[in-house]
Write a protein that binds this ligand. Structure first.
Ligand SMILES: [Fe+2]
Ligand SMILES: [Fe+2]
Length: 197
């Protein structure tokens, strides 16, 4: 059994995903989950048995098979799960992967705090990238929560982003959208170099 840490997870991602922007999406979700882990710990929330590093790995790998399954979106996550059979992985982490793309795969609906946080921040990170790209210098530092909510209401902007999925944070994660967006943006801004924005 292989060991799964940030390094081997990133390697697995890179072996299976060549598109740099897709990779950056995975890093963004990883860094965001890691930021949320700290936030929940500070708030005394029940984060479960995984470490902060393992939360980040969930983000790094959640879309690792996306490039290979683009033409068969209902296979997305199944490929990843088959690759992960070679790795020593806690059940909680495996469960989290199984919830991603659950609407198509029907494997497992999100249940835990980690799983719902992944579900809600996934689309949001993409939305924030879309906003950064229309800023004068295309920088994450030019984005603020106000501009995010403004764009949120513009239905034509980044149409593919499912707003509803993000807004579930209130009910499912127990964080109001304003705060959820603030934490996600902070995580991304602190990793702007990695994200190239
Ligand atoms: Fe995905
Ligand atoms: Fe994703």
């Amino acid at each position: 059994m292989k060991k799964l840490d940030i390094q081997s997870a990133t390697q697995l991602l890179h072996e299976n995903m060549q598109n740099k922007n897709l990779r950056k999406h995975c890093y963004a979700v990883g860094k965001t989950l890691s930021e949320f882990y700290d936030f929940f710990m500070n708030e005394g929330r029940e984060v479960g048995g995984l470490t902060k590093e393992q939360w980040e790995i969930v983000g790094i790998l959640h879309d690792a098979d996306w490039e290979k399954t683009t033409d068969n979106p209902d296979r997305h996550v199944f490929e990843l799960l088959s690759w992960l059979e070679d790795y020593d992985i806690p059940e909680e982490m495996l469960n989290a992967f199984q919830t991603h793309n659950y609407k198509m795969t029907k494997i497992r609906e999100p249940q835990t705090l980690l799983e719902w946080t992944l579900e809600c921040c996934d689309e949001l990170t993409g939305f924030i990238v879309a906003i950064a790209l229309v800023m004068p210098n295309k920088k994450l530092s030019e984005v603020n929560t106000e501009s995010i909510f403004k764009k949120f209401k513009q239905k034509e902007f980044a149409k593919a982003v499912e707003r509803e999925q993000i807004l579930q944070c209130k009910e499912k994660v127990g964080i109001v959208p304003e705060k959820f967006v603030e934490i996600t943006l902070k995580a991304m801004q602190e990793n702007s170099e990695l994200l190239g924005l």
